[in-house]
Write a protein that binds this ligand. Sequence first.
Ligand SMILES: [Zn+2]
Length: 235
Amino acid sequence: MARDPAVLLAPGVWRIPLLGDWVNGFVFRDDDDQVTLLDMGLSSSGPKVITALAWIGSDVTDVTRLLLTHAHSDHAGGAAHVAQRTGLGIGVHTDDAGFVRSGTVPPFGSALGRLMARLPGSGFTAVPVAEELTDGRVLPVAGGLRVVHTPGHSPGHASYLHEESGVLVTGDAIFNVRRLRWPLRALCTDFTMTRQSAHRLGELDYTTAAFTHGPELRDRPRVDIRAFLARHPVG
Ligand SMILES: [Zn+2]
């Protein structure tokens, strides 16, 4: 069966599977039809984001904001295509903004990661930054989208909480690939900080946890995430 180009998470909130459930982007649509896109996948994903928009009944001209969780090529790779189609720049946490502008990935904290960073294709096409975000900022997106700085995977990695619908987008702070798990240590700037900052996600209120890698959890996700974090205490 052919997959739908978008998965409804809550009224006005969709996940866009960009490589099966392995890589996801997200759509938030306001009552007045304005659209915000969060993460645009790999370099090949841009057209899939545009297809998903059409499928949910929105137009490229409805898009008023582009956001990223962080400056890695499997999230920012499709951004150049979407930015070009919409004429918009990117909103990203201030600590990753320079990497988005230059199309480079933040430094990896391991020898393996540093090796991988030198391989061709590890970067992405540079994209203009329209707004630099900071922790706690509530963006005027579909009733309010809170920036939750969860650094470590990259310096400016951010999760996003849509309080109205109860949808949390963890970003790469926690993966849900077959089970809840950490991102690959080799691809983190600071793996210890990744694990420490993820504990912020245990304190938030949400009813759906959505992941940039893996399918969403709709059934008591906060309980599962808190249990995962409890198995991995800080320090
Ligand atoms: Zn990723």
